[in-house]
Design a protein around this ligand. Structure first.
Ligand code: NAD
Ligand code: IPM
Ligand code: MN
Length: 353
């Protein structure tokens, strides 16, 4: 029987709660399938940091290498500066495994309220492909005269032709695979960022010649934020730099109901390294420990993981089950206006599989 080795990093806050739910769903689903999931849990988190002064062991990346996928909740703790937490675990993993395409769907499911008026279910059905290893998140910079009145901080964005080209090409391929509006929107700020984003724009113009069946447009990030709210139904696939993709996907989450529905995959399309599956949301310290986090984003993320592993039927079953539970409206967590707990929502999803 096929066995997939999954590295599980629950992390912090609600990450632990929603990963727990998702593993229950995956285990229930596996019962009638011809594959086995072998979970190996890692306690790398802020608690680990409090004990050891680091987020993960020095050979952490090495330990993850042999897995078929990494399933992560979220990291982030109110008592640790976020750049320590995230630069100690999440961002190094994305870079080390060259997970250059971060894929984040935003779909308006039946039964879910959107703050945008006059939209019907599935009127919003878009995917943001976020460049995930360089751009504004390149770990390049430093402080000069630290803690003196004349202190200077430099943080450089790094855009390479190779980095732009591969993520743009991935987005074109995804647009064709989806076969919906066959439209790709590229997002930059090349009116102000005259080098890096101009390289991106030029690369987009070159790559698009290889995909004549896809219509395209280019938007500036500020206008794109406006259009995500003004006319989100016009988008199909959107490709953006690391930071712009980060910002757009929180908007994409909230116009389709909640951060609690926003799934995501950090993909190495070459499959040379394990990809990492984590929802768009964070550790949500404001609701952590209350048992009311919406597990759907993490469960849908598990669906993206199963698709990446080649288990398309399981991926579909997971998405359909979440869709049914939303549509039935009986087990809805508080972020979506209901009063069901994380466990109640999880149980409903399992019984709808
Ligand atoms: P957040 O996504 O954790 O929370 C934003 C808001 O959305 C909060 O009101 C929260 O209650 C709500 N929310 C998020 N997920 C939810 C869910 N599943 N169900 C119900 N409500 C949900 O963002 P934040 O508050 O800016 O960040 C909290 C911490 O998480 C920070 O330390 C941040 O750096 C970190 N973070 C980590 C990741 C990650 O590990 N992938 C992603 C984003 C933020
Ligand atoms: C996300 C998060 C991370 C990011 C943070 C926590 C570093 O916001 O995955 O969207 O910006 O990539
Ligand atoms: Mn984000």
């Amino acid at each position: 029987m096929k066995t997939y080795k999954i590295a599980v990093i629950p992390g912090d806050g609600i990450g632990v709660e929603v990963v727990n739910s998702s593993i229950k769903v995956l285990k229930a689903l596996e019962k009638n399938k011809d594959y086995k999931l072998e979970f190996h849990e890692f306690d790398w988190s802020s608690e680990y940091y409090f004990k050891n002064g680091i987020m993960m062991p020095k050979d952490g990346i090495e330990q993850l290498k042999s897995f078929d996928a990494i399933f992560l909740g979220a990291v982030g703790h109110p008592d640790i500066q976020d750049h320590i937490t995230l630069n100690g675990l999440l961002l190094p993993i994305r870079r080390a495994f060259d997970q250059f395409a971060c894929v984040r769907p935003s779909i308006l499911y039946p039964g879910v309220n959107t703050p945008i008026k006059d939209l019907k279910p599935f009127d919003i059905d878009l995917v943001v492909v976020r460049e995930n290893t360089e751009g504004e998140y390149a770990n390049v910079g430093g402080f000069q005269y630290q803690n003196f009145p004349d202190e200077v901080a430099v943080q450089s964005a790094v855009f390479t032709r190779k980095g732009c080209e591969r993520v743009i090409r991935f987005a074109f391929e995804l647009t064709i695979e989806r076969n919906k509006k066959m439209h790709l929107t590229s997002i930059t700020k090349s009116n102000a960022q005259g080098y890096s984003m101009v390289l991106w724009d030029r690369t987009f113009e070159e790559v698009k010649k290889d995909y004549p069946q896809v219509t395209t447009d280019s938007l500036l990030i500020d206008a794109a934020c406006m259009d995500f709210i003004r006319k989100p139904q016009n988008f199909d696939v959107v490709v953006a730099s690391n930071l712009f993709g980060d910002i757009l996907t929180d908007i994409g989450a909230i116009i389709t109901g909640s951060m609690g529905l926003a799934s995501s995959g950090n993909i190495d399309p070459t499959k040379k390294s394990p990809s990492m599956f984590e929802p768009t949301h964070g550790s949500a310290p404001d609701i952590a420990g209350k048992g009311i986090a919406n597990p759907m984003a993490q469960i849908l993320t598990a669906g993206i993981m199963m698709k990446h592993l080649g288990e398309h039927e399981s991926a579909e079953i997971i998405e359909n089950s979440v869709k049914n539970v939303l549509d039935l409206g009986e087990s809805i967590s508080p972020d979506l206006g209901g009063n069901s707990t994380t466990s109640e929502v999880t149980r409903s999803i399992i019984s709808n599989l």
